[in-house]
Design a protein around this ligand. Structure first.
Ligand code: NAP
Length: 354
């Protein structure tokens, strides 16, 4: 099987580096093009990047040139890891040039004709992409994955919504510093400290969660009719977002029924894709888990780990959820979306199977 050539926009950033790490031995995709800002373009990737991951930068990637962030010369499949204001300008140019843009940025997540997708949760939202003007004119399109704090939460909520219905959600996050990109939060602001503000994060968590759990009605998504309140905090943790969650359900559920809903959650759309975790939601029973350092790499960083399930005196149930913000919350999420698009024949299947 020939691997499909892909490009990475924003290849030098925290998420871009994760793409390189996750794609290094990918069975379906091959990195053929790297792009970043003007300050990096023209350099070799090894000279342009400040490599921050605990695996070695592959030598052949280090030698690759960083290209300008324009569609000329880019492959037809592009993973995008750009800041949202830059993405708002650049991603449509790639889609208009016929590229499938698999995006991490928030720029288009809430646009009516742009699918916001977690394969295990709402693969049925993907047909929205057929409504995009780029799709109709050039074949290109934009598909997005959610904010890094919404994704772990939504994986844990989906089985509860399916079995019991959800009336309201209260969530308070403890988000890792790598979620702010590099160099991110100044060390003097975060060491020995907690910052109870992440710009626009609470709004994104609230609206994206309801879109992801919503239903495709004709050519638009009807968001889930539930109340949600998010508090977002930055904490001095390197990787892994931890969240304290309370939910009010529409039908009563026992602890055993909730555990069964999580344990049984093995949706078709996430199965047999190379990056999909065998168990998308892992429950840990120890009183003091999940913890970011100990649990973020469950399912190769693609599982959402839940624990501390107990009755909530305000709503019905409360629990803790943890997910890896740059793997499940960013590069791994986009990669899984691309694999789903391949499996549906929407990502140049000829090249993949030739
Ligand atoms: P980052 O570390 O700041 O990296 C930003 C990347 O964008 C770098 O490669 C940078 O290249 C490039 N860039 C900046 N200006 C550019 C321009 N004008 N043209 C082309 N490329 C440009 O950010 P990040 O954490 O990787 O985040 C990237 C996106 O993913 C953001 O939208 C973020 O919200 C989203 N996201 C991040 C996480 C996370 O946990 N970090 C999770 C989910 C989603 P240079 O090196 O040349 O400046």
């Amino acid at each position: 099987m020939r691997r499909q050539k892909i490009g990475i926009l924003g290849a030098t950033g925290m998420v871009g580096q994760r793409f390189i790490q996750l794609l290094e031995h990918h069975p379906w995709f091959e990195i053929a093009w790297l792009a970043a800002s003007d300050k990096s373009s023209g350099k070799s990737y090894g000279d342009a990047v400040k490599w921050k991951l605990d695996t070695t930068l592959p030598a052949h990637i280090a030698k690759m040139p960083v290209s300008p962030a324009t569609p000329e010369g880019a492959p037809k499949v592009v993973f995008a890891a750009l800041d949202s204001d830059i993405a708002r300008d650049l991603e449509p140019k790639f889609a208009a040039a016929g590229c499938a843009v698999i995006s991490n940025s928030s720029a288009f997540r809430m646009q009516e004709d742009v699918p916001l997708v977690i394969p295990e949760v709402n693969a049925d939202h993907l047909p929205l992409l057929e409504n995009q003007s780029w799709r109709k004119q050039s074949g290109g399109y934009i598909v997005t994955n959610p904010n890094c704090s919404a994704i772990g939460l939504v994986l844990a909520l989906k089985p509860l919504e399916e079995r019991f219905g959800i009336e309201s959600i209260f969530v308070s996050t403890m988000q890792a510093v790598s979620g702010a990109g590099y160099p991110g939060v100044a060390s003097l602001d975060i060491l020995g400290n907690v910052v109870p503000y992440i710009k626009s994060e609470e709004e994104k968590m609230q609206e994206e969660t309801l879109k992801l759990l919503g239903s495709l009605k004709g050519s638009r998504i009807e968001s889930l009719a539930a109340k949600i309140s998010a508090h977002c905090n930055r904490v001095p943790v390197e990787d892994g977002h931890t969240e304290s969650v309370s939910v009010k359900l529409r039908k009563p559920a026992t602890r055993e029924e909730i555990l069964a809903a999580w344990g049984d959650f093995k949706p078709l759309a996430g199965q047999n894709l190379p990056t999909a975790p065998a168990q998308p939601i892992e429950f840990v029973s120890a009183d003091d888990r999940p913890q970011p350092r100990l649990d973020r790499m469950r399912g190769n960083g693609m599982a959402s780990t839940v624990g501390r399930l107990r009755p909530c005196p305000l709503l019905d149930w409360k629990f803790t959820v943890l997910s890896h913000n740059t793997i499940r919350g960013a590069a791994g999420a986009a990669l899984l979306n691309a694999e789903l698009l391949v499996s549906l024949g929407k990502l140049d299947p000829v090249a993949v199977t030739a």
